[in-house]
Design a binder for this molecule. Sequence first.
Ligand SMILES: [Zn+2]
Length: 140
Amino acid sequence: MIDNLDFKNDYNPLIFYQRTYDFLKNEKELTENVLEWLYCNYSNIALDALNIIDKFKVKKVISESNQILYVIKNNKIEKFICLPDVHYCSCDKFIKQVIIQEKENMCEHLLSAVIAEKIPLKIKEINLSNEEFAKLLMSI
Ligand SMILES: [Zn+2]
């Protein structure tokens, strides 16, 4: 367990994202302590992320050469692509609040992709050829 993130001092979204990403990657499951930490540091983003996972909106897409991306269904038409390894989500909120304004270090989609691994029954896995995977990436 790491300390809660201090958003007030020298806030650098990428550094804080990396800390969260590393921390969650090392936790085997979503224990009470991890959930509490998530609420403490991400409040509404954490709630929205858990809601996304609970509604089976996270798809893990794996290429032949084992590259991974996540597709998060937003509504009937809109989908976002998340690349947790490189700190990216294709949604507008990520571009505005994370990249441009540096107000947040991730959106609910990216957080849902990071924590979905801890709840494997809630994510659907899809295997694609390298060509199909590349096409999906280029559709962003
Ligand atoms: Zn997003």
